[in-house]
Design a protein around this ligand. Structure first.
Ligand code: GLN
Ligand code: ZN
Length: 766
């Protein structure tokens, strides 16, 4: 029979229960005991949901209070001494590594946290020392949770992160020179021990994740697989069967090192992202090996197309037989919201197209049954699914002929500004009357609690649109006045009307829907609720013109209009899965192009189009796929911005400085001014702008906006000095790293005063 399986389940619970419990615990409002109890309750609830859905293979150890990679760091005792020496309770030591600890005379910052592959989930980076050793914790978490499930009557398949990925995703600690992958020999005995304890507890099979197999791997990492897995399995009867799981990409390019080892029980591959890898992977499987087919999307909210998924699984069954095929989610469901049942406000039509984690668990079970017992056994489900697919494909919501028509008419000229930069800049300089070292900010000013209160009142209907508008105007007046006092050169309106830089635009565009409970974990207790693109996108009316125009009318210096770019709107939403992302990006670009042109017509001559998500959209492997992405991503930015006159200045913003891998794309955006993060990075990163003879203007952030700390004027001058080693004086803008919405006014004013004074100092000097 074909079994169904889930690779991992979201941890938060129906109402973000885990977030609430964690935060209550951190605030000393919940006892340690009660926090641990809540974790136990959630794990049990999630196992039961999957059991009731009919899932055959249910994961355990997919739960984590903060992050599953952090679980491994603690379990293997890869805990830097600054944490271990603090003598904290295990759960507090764990949170100290995840989020820092500043209490009872202990003051340690967190370990570094970075994006998990190309998702918006963040994991804690394993951080190794010279002379690093490992030791398995007593009563290791995977064993404990396996037993916990077993006691509840559910035999699970524990999930652990494999040794090669664990090391390859880590780094040497600050000041250390150790090569993480070089630690493999020391780490393997700990894995052996863990696996044998799992077997002893009764685990027959273990899911061992090696997601780094989708990357182009350095040789050292690549070569680590064979010896590692030869050691971990094979003839060793003390070790459970291993299901090696990969996701978010294809693994064909690494097949030479995926041990053809008879010892591996099976292989899981992502057939949503890379369906074409099926044939080659099947061709490589050993005679007994099982193939787990990831056909239910773990990264998105769409109902699975049963017909297509069944076809894929049937293809595998024909070649391998029913006992060697599993139906699975493409990845962990960690990246999907908990349940569709919580959504009471979605239009019924649209709701019927979606499937969240609880629904996806049912989907894998239905697909497996259809393949095992024949379609007749699940006829109703298949029919309902086919109807939903058909309804979505033909819905007026998804298809807007006017949008398609407009896309047809897009020309290559529409992507180009009228003149090259030097001519544009000459006009902008005169038009905007900017000094050397112009100062500006990135868009948002502090989102005070007063702003949030008024927005809530407005959403709830407690104040009228008119009252709200008045309030927003008064906020804009205030920030304009403050910018007058600070003597900044290019003003912003402060974005008080925006809840979120993507949601705000989504709410004003046709083609989007919003949920009330569809939260997904971003890091630790932080969750995001991405808007969903369901159909062709268009802009029924201007989105930001009113606020910007008002702001410009009361400002004595140029007012910068502020928009979120097409790629960021796309990446920070759940995109459609029925048309290519490039098509959605182009639709967003056309909508934004209209906005840009309208802003210009309203007297806004500096317009910033933020694209912080451009880099995270980069396909995981370099090569053709990456170039392809960059080409349509760049085109969509250019299409959205190129409709203006030469005298209008286009800015863009990125929250990072690492452009080495795709500098050609950044240059190709042809933005007149780029503001980028730089205060926490090395100014050396700016060298790429020199090496590549980048001709346009750049504002590398002169101070960190993530901390309330006020940088002194001297510190900022030192930063500028460093920047001037790389950039020409007439190329340099002076601005903070990013928007100021999470800051308080007090430190914001102080920091900006120092920033403006530093800029003036250089202006005098040059
Ligand atoms: N304009 C946005 C702001 O200032 C940019 C935010 C971002 O880069 N993430 O808030
Ligand atoms: Zn930013």
């Amino acid at each position: 029979m074909v079994q169904s399986s889930v690779l991992g389940f979201p941890r938060m619970g129906v109402l973000r229960d885990l977030k609430k419990a964690n935060e209550a615990y951190w605030a000393d409002k919940l006892s340690r005991e009660d926090l641990l109890k809540e974790g136990k309750r959630l794990r049990l609830a999630h196992w039961n949901i999957q059991k009731d859905a009919g899932v055959d293979i249910i994961p355990s150890n997919d739960f984590a209070y903060y992050d599953h990679v952090l679980d491994h760091i603690q379990m293997f005792n890869a805990i830097p001494e600054r944490y271990s020496k603090a003598g904290l309770e295990p759960i507090d030591e764990y949170f100290a590594m995840g989020r820092g600890h500043q209490k009872d005379g202990i003051d340690v910052p967190s370990l570094e946290m970075v994006k998990w592959f190309d998702s918006n989930y963040h994991y804690v980076k394993p951080t190794f020392q010279d002379g690093q050793s490992f030791k398995l914790a007593s009563d290791p978490k995977p064993v404990r949770e396996f037993k916990e499930a077993k006691e509840a009557g559910i035999t699970t398949r524990p999930v652990i992160l494999g040794p090669v990925s664990f090391l390859a995703l880590g780094k040497a600690d600050r000041g250390q020179t150790v090569s993480p992958i070089g630690l493999l020999d020391k780490l393997l005995p700990v894995y052996e021990e863990l696996l044998s304890q799992l077997k002893e507890a009764g685990a027959e099979t273990v899911q061992i994740d090696e997601p780094v197999l989708v990357f182009d791997l350095p040789l050292k990492v690549k070569n680590a697989f064979k010896p590692a897995y030869e050691k971990l399995s094979g003839s060793n009867s003390k070790i459970p069967k291993l299901m090696l799981a990969t996701y978010f990409g294809d693994i064909v390019h690494n097949f030479d090192v995926i041990p053809s080892i008879s010892s591996l029980h099976g292989l899981h591959i992502d057939l949503v992202r890379n369906p074409e890898q099926l044939e080659s992977v099947m061709g490589q499987l050993g005679a007994q090996q099982v193939l787990s087919c990831g056909v239910v999307d773990g990264r998105n909210i769409w109902k699975t197309n049963f017909k297509k998924a069944i076809e894929v699984v049937e293809t595998a069954v024909q070649k391998l037989g029913k006992d060697r095929v599993l139906v699975a989610t493409s990845s962990s469901l960690l990246h999907t919201p908990h349940t569709l049942d919580s959504e009471k406000k979605l239009p019924e039509e649209v709701k019927n197209w979606f499937s969240f984690a609880c629904q996806k668990a049912k989907e894998v079970a239905i697909i497996a049954k259809a393949v095992t017992d024949g379609p007749a056994s699940v006829r109703d489900d298949l029919e309902a699914n086919a109807k939903a697919m058909e309804a979505r494909a033909s819905s007026e919501r998804t298809n807007d002929p006017k949008v398609k028509d407009r896309q047809q008419k897009v020309t290559s000229e529409m992507h180009e500004r009228q003149s090259p930069f030097p001519e544009r800049y000459a006009q902008q300089k005169e038009h905007l009357n900017l000094p050397m070292f112009p100062t500006t900010t990135i868009g948002s000013f502090p989102q005070t609690s007063q702003i949030r209160v008024q927005r809530n009142k407005f959403t709830k209907g407690e104040i009228t649109a008119e009252e709200y508008e008045k309030f927003i105007e008064s906020e804009i007046q205030e920030v304009v006045k403050i910018q007058d006092e600070l003597d900044l050169d290019v003003y912003v309106h402060g974005e008080p009307e925006r809840n979120d830089m993507v949601q705000y635009f989504g709410e004003r565009l046709e083609g989007y829907v919003f949920t009330t409970h569809a939260w997904v974990q971003s890091y630790g207790s932080r969750c995001v609720r991405p808007p969903i693109i369901v159909g062709d996108i268009s802009r029924p009316a201007p989105m930001t013109v009113k606020e910007s125009k008002y702001a410009a009318s009361i400002a004595k210096k140029p007012m910068k209009g502020m928009l979120t770019g097409p790629i960021t709107c796309l990446r920070w939403s759940f995109p459609r899965d029925d048309v290519h992302q490039s098509v959605q990006a182009q639709q967003l670009a056309l909508a934004l192009r209209d906005e840009v042109v309208d802003l210009e017509a309203a007297g806004i001559y500096v317009i910033q189009v933020d694209e912080p998500a451009l880099r995270e959209g980069l396909p995981l492997r370099s090569g053709r796929e990456r170039e392809n992405y960059l080409s349509w991503a760049v085109d969509s930015f250019k299409l959205s911005t190129a409709g203006v006159k030469d005298s209008t200045q286009i800015h863009s913003h990125f929250c990072y400085s690492e452009f080495q891998d795709f500098f050609h794309a950044i240059a190709a955006l042809d933005a007149d001014v780029l503001s980028i993060e730089n205060s926490k990075s090395d100014a050396k990163l700016l060298k790429v702008f020199v090496d590549q003879a980048y001709p346009r203007h750049i504002g590398p952030g002169v101070y960190d906006i993530h901390s309330p700390r006020v940088p002194s004027e001297q510190e900022i001058k030192d930063r500028i000095d460093e920047m001037l080693q790389y950039l020409k004086p007439d190329q340099l803008w002076i601005n903070p790293d990013c928007g100021l919405k999470t800051r308080q006014w007090k430190e914001t004013k102080a920091a900006l005063t120092n920033m403006v004074n530093a800029a003036k100092f250089y202006r005098e000097k040059h």
